[in-house]
Design a protein around this ligand. Structure first.
Ligand code: TXA
Ligand code: MG
Length: 318
């Protein structure tokens, strides 16, 4: 039996991107920051590397991955764009929007990465470290959030290390991710539909398209595999929309309150709350909280995605 591979951590920079590209080319796994959360990258065209990625995450095999590319031209090698997809890509890429599109006939991405679907999820990240790695590697990189399956998404290199030490080859440390919430996923297979609320508010997408986004399938019948209700789960139980704290609970605040153990945003700012969401849940877990009572978060703008993540975290575990 061989020993666990050591996980190297390198500070972001030219050397780290070069090493990262070399590790990817050899079929290895590299965690790197994007503007949303840290991703766990593998060569999108290498089925064995992707199998290692699923194993490292402990991810159910039916959960397809997002392929990250440098620009719209690179995306068009992988998928078929209709008019709506083209407009969304031109307006919001690079940025925290993932488009689900019909796979191009000669798409080189390994079938395992798309879990056998004939659609593919694509994203052009804006973060300079992610972009530098894509430039150096020169091919699409599939990257789910760099956490163990069922854990919350990582927003720092330390979070990645805590979940994946010894299971991946390299972590490129580019500091805390600026947004802290995953990308918004819009399907353009048929009428545009919101598959996952995220860092780009639904209203912004709808205003640009001039139509409402259709709703994703109900939670118990996921259209996007991986929209499992309990996907984003801290160890502690969650009680949502708490107006105050009860005996045995730890309060996660939003807005002005004297009682909170931690506060997502004392000034009630949804962007600040999104950036703090996963790290605060982790911190309360680390403090041994049994039940986290979460104050109400308004459902407008980024609040829709924040509430979605909290509801998944609060769902009964199977
Ligand atoms: O912000 C993000 O999107 C981050 C960073 C690293 O880019 N990535 C991320 O990946 O959140 P992941 O794997 O944790 O979530 C991807 C979601 C999953 O729920 C998956 O089921 C869905 O995208 N997905 C991927 N391909 C799909 C497809 N062809 N059809 C429908 N859903 C798909
Ligand atoms: Mg994830």
């Amino acid at each position: 039996m061989s020993a666990e591979p050591a996980t190297r951590v390198l500070t972001a920079g030219a050397q780290a991107s070069e090493d990262g590209a070399r590790v990817l080319a050899a079929g290895g796994l590299v965690a790197f920051p994007t503007e949303t959360v840290y991703g766990l990258g593998a060569d999108a065209t290498n089925g064995q590397a992707i199998a290692r990625l699923y194993a490292a995450k402990g991810r159910p095999q039916f959960n397809p991955l997002i392929a990250h590319v440098l620009d719209l031209a690179a995306a068009k090698q992988l998928a078929v764009f209709n008019a709506a997809a083209q407009r969304l890509a031109e307006k919001f890429w690079p940025g925290p929007l993932t488009l689900v599109l019909p796979k191009a006939p000669d798409c080189p991405v390994a079938d395992l990465a798309t879990a056998g679907l004939d659609s593919i999820a694509l994203r052009v990240p804006a973060h300079s470290v992610a972009r530098e790695l894509l430039v150096k590697f020169g091919k699409p990189i599939v990257a789910p959030s760099a956490n163990r399956s069922g854990h919350v998404s990582p927003t720092t290199a330390a979070h990645v290390l805590a979940d994946l030490r010894g299971r991946i080859d390299l972590i490129i440390d580019g500091g805390a991710t600026p947004v802290g919430l995953e990308s918004t996923i819009v399907s353009c297979v048929g009428a545009p539909a919101l598959l996952r609320p995220g860092a780009l508010p639904r209203e912004t997408v709808e205003a640009m398209l001039g139509v409402s986004l259709a709703e994703a399938a109900p939670r118990d019948k996921p259209q996007a595999p991986g929209m499992l209700a309990s996907h984003y789960a801290p160890r502690a139980k969650l009680r949502l929309n708490a107006s105050g704290v009860q005996a045995g609970e730890t309060l996660l605040g939003f807005g002005a309150t004297p009682d909170a153990a931690l506060n997502l945003s004392p000034r009630g700012d949804l962007i600040e709350a999104a950036a703090n969401l996963f790290s605060h849940l982790r911190a309360l877990d680390a403090k041994g909280a049994k039940v986290i009572a979460v104050m109400p978060i308004p459902r407008e703008g980024l609040g829709e995605a924040i509430n979605d993540r909290l509801e998944r975290a609060a769902a009964p575990r199977s």
